[in-house]
Ligand binder design. Structure first.
Ligand code: GMT
Length: 375
């Protein structure tokens, strides 16, 4: 098939998923066209025979108060629909990608292209709270030929909010278990922790919904009982506040800010626990990546997290904000090597049983075919 993928290029689960999907489809022989504002970071420095990247140039004339990004995106999508004779245009996020895909299709009435939209979360759980955007999201969903969401929780929320006429199909996110696996990082570990210290890890875009301050609260309680360090990967709006609280709690020597990182499988392999106390999380791709590397997860039971992390088997989940229980769960796991080892093994097994690239790319291919067949 000729497949277009329209996504955000930034560090974030939806861009990661869209790019990994594109790479997997290309390795299966499909011609993949990725359309975005910049090369998605998971494609940087890589060459793939069947992948072509198309950059959206945003027109910026003095006349415009704001550059019309959505019109430039729609124009680029229309250009690719025609040039590449796309069978499928897969939009990751309803706004703006699904809406622009619809506009592009209207610009190319002779095309056979089908629009698939994947909802990743914040388009529904955050943006849809805004009345004007809600109507636009509904429009994007209804004008798609097929819509997927990344967890049952997100399917349910979308159905409750929009009562769409078309079914929303759940397709879980995935990882490549060959890339995400426990790597031997003994040397690297010495750079971050003393032999007797445990390592807790959190990775996110430091938006308020990630509750990174709760990560610090949990760590503060844990380190009073278990010698440990906290590694914080990523950056974003809450970073300054997090630095401040770390300072106020005199935790500077045990909390390390690593900023944006590429070699995440190595970082996960350093960790004894991954901490994800989010307020909203439609899936939690980072938790899945950690689990693939054999790292148990401590976090909240928000959104789709319980579909990824099985409470009591490969992690412990508690209500949002219950940092005391999260800390107690973490301490229990860190002090019991036998329990920790069984959680680590189960975490990897769960990924292999339910969330592999192989199975979920098969599912996307099946849905593409369904859309092409008009079912
Ligand atoms: O979590 C974010 O802030 C980034 C956002 C994105 O745009 O990538 O993540 C969303 O999509 C990911 C991939 O499907 C999911 O794993 C995240 O749970 C979801 N984030 C939220 O729902 C807050």
């Amino acid at each position: 098939m000729n497949i277009g993928i329209s996504c955000y290029p930034t560090l974030g689960g939806s861009g990661v998923l869209a790019t990994e999907l594109g790479k997997a489809l290309a390795s299966r022989g499909h011609k993949v066209h990725i359309i975005s504002d910049a090369i998605p970071f998971r494609l940087l420095g890589e060459f793939h025979e069947n992948i072509m990247f198309h950059e959206v140039d945003v027109a910026n004339y003095a006349l415009f108060k704001n550059p019309p990004h959505e019109l430039s995106l729609a124009t680029k999508l229309a250009e690719v629909i025609e040039y590449a004779e796309l069978d499928i245009l897969h939009s990751h996020y309803a706004i703006p990608h699904a809406v622009c895909a619809y506009l592009a299709k209207e610009m190319r009435p002779e095309s056979r292209v089908k629009i698939i939209t994947t909802l990743h979360g914040t388009d529904i759980t955050v943006l849809a709270q805004d009345r004007s955007l809600r109507d636009m999201i509904r429009f994007g969903i209804e004008k798609s030929d097929l819509v997927t969401a990344v967890s049952d929780s997100l399917v349910k929320q979308t159905e409750e909010l929009f009562r769409p006429r078309c079914p929303i199909r759940r397709v879980y996110n995935f990882v490549d278990p060959n890339t995400y696996r426990r790597i031997d990082v003994k040397q690297m570990r010495n750079c971050f922790a003393k032999p007797e210290q445990k390592i807790l890890l959190h990775a996110s875009n430091f938006r308020a919904v990630k509750r990174v301050l709760d990560v610090v609260e949990v760590f503060d309680r844990v380190q009073q009982t278990v010698p440990s360090v906290l590694l914080l990967v990523g950056e974003g709006p809450e970073l300054a506040k997090v630095r401040q609280i770390v300072k106020e709690k005199h935790l500077e020597s045990n909390v390390k800010f690593l900023g944006k990182q590429d070699e995440v499988a190595k970082l996960y392999s350093l960790a004894d626990l991954f901490v994800l106390p989010s307020e909203k999380e439609s899936f939690g791709l980072v938790a899945l990546e950690a689990m693939a590397c054999g790292v148990p997860v401590i976090g909240s039971d928000a959104g789709g997290i319980p579909e990824v992390v099985e409470h009591g088997k490969c992690g412990y989940l508690y209500p949002v904000g219950d940092v005391q229980s999260m800390a107690e769960g973490a301490i229990q796991l860190l002090l019991d090597d036998h329990l920790h080892a069984s959680f680590a093994v189960y975490a990897r097994k769960r990924v292999l049983d339910r969330f592999t690239l192989e199975d979920l790319v098969n599912e996307y291919e099946r849905l593409y075919q369904l859309a092409i067949d008009g079912k």
